[in-house]
Design a binder for this molecule. Structure first.
Ligand code: MRU
Length: 333
């Protein structure tokens, strides 16, 4: 991804491995500071994922894959490393897929570093293909709504939901992106807007509750979001608030697309209601800039994801093409 710095434009990945260290952009400090986080062992990997140094399903998967490679190279107990890494966050299927993939590769005697690099590269290539397929849905002049951050930061490079937007922009289409701020952690305002700024893609940030207003006025032509897990019936889990956007999109005849690599598809989870939904600390809701804004006598609930039933989804943009719910269900049957 392109990153504008005082010294010029840098080309960066969200996560990579150098020597024995897993390095990543510390997303907690963006857009104010471009800082790196260096993970040296499975506990660091666990902390990085849990505390959202790195976040977004595919990027979590790649971090986990590198974490498994690091554990193997450094002679940590692989069974223990697997448990530590898998327990970091419950919703993103890529985390479990990546760890299982690496366990198999390590067992087969494949060089762990090579296996993790291959995994990362395959995620990047899938995101590029998602961009090519998805960009065909974006017409010249389109105003696009996206929720949370499903960009390069969430996937190592290119993104899922943001990849078609990048390609459409690179193809010279005149597009405009509405970015939901995404309370409480502001992944839209802090991360998606930063990525679009770095790529010179025209955009504006709106509060989460404004999306319906713009759809009702016919000012949004398409919604594209990412997902943390696609259940066997096509239901998806994505950042809290996605469900509402999908319902309002249907009400206003705005097509609603979900972009994801097939590694996000979990054939063992029957439907969306069976997807484990992470509950994050209430402080994320009670505080603003680490200062409490809610009266001391009140509590807060903080589900990080919600479930969008398949009936609200117009199509799934994958590296293999764009599928309807019926096709996607058959494809993974
Ligand atoms: O809590 P986060 O920031 O990890 O949530 C991320 C999302 O909800 C993304 O939309 C999803 O992981 C897809 S990332 C390409």
């Amino acid at each position: 991804m392109k990153v504008k710095t005082k010294k010029g434009i840098r080309d960066m990945l969200a996560v990579w491995m150098e020597d024995d260290a897993v390095k990543m952009i510390d997303q907690r400090y963006l857009p104010e500071k471009l800082k790196l986080f260096i993970a040296k062992d499975p506990d660091d990997i666990h902390k990085a994922i849990k505390n959202m140094v790195v976040r977004g399903a595919p990027a979590i998967g790649v971090t986990a894959a590198y974490g498994m490679a690091q554990a193997s190279i450094s002679w940590f107990d692989i069974g223990k490393a697997e448990k530590t890494i898998k327990s970091a966050r419950p919703t993103a299927y890529d985390l479990f897929h990546a760890v299982d993939h690496m366990r198999v590769k390590i067992k087969e005697g494949v060089d762990p570093l090579e296996a993790a690099h291959d995994y990362a590269l395959s995620v990047i290539n899938k995101c590029m293909a998602i961009g090519e397929h998805g960009s065909r849905l974006i017409e010249n002049g389109y105003r696009i709504l996206t929720h949370c951050n499903a960009g390069a930061l969430a996937t190592v490079d290119y993104g899922t939901a943001l990849s078609p937007i990048r390609v459409a922009h690179d193809d010279g289409k005149d597009i405009f992106v509405y970015v939901d701020e995404t309370r409480p952690r502001l992944q839209g305002a802090r991360l998606t807007a930063w990525e679009l700024f770095n790529e010179d893609i025209p955009h504006t940030v709106i509060v989460d509750n404004a999306a319906g207003h713009y759809m009702q006025r016919g000012e949004i032509d398409i919604v594209i979001v990412g997902t943390d897990r696609i259940a066997a019936n096509g239901d998806i889990a994505n950042k809290i608030g996605t469900y509402e956007k999908a319902v309002v999109a249907k009400e206003n005849n705005v097509p609603f697309y979900v972009a994801a690599p097939v590694t996000t598809f979990d054939p063992n989870t029957e439907n969306g209601m069976a997807i484990p939904i992470e509950e994050r600390p209430s402080e994320e809701v009670l505080n603003l800039n680490e200062k409490r804004v809610v009266s001391p006598g009140s509590t807060a609930k903080n589900p990080a994801f919600d479930v969008t039933p398949a009936k609200y989804i117009t199509g799934y943009i994958t590296e293999k093409g764009v599928y309807s719910t019926d096709d996607v269900v058959i494809m993974f049957d």
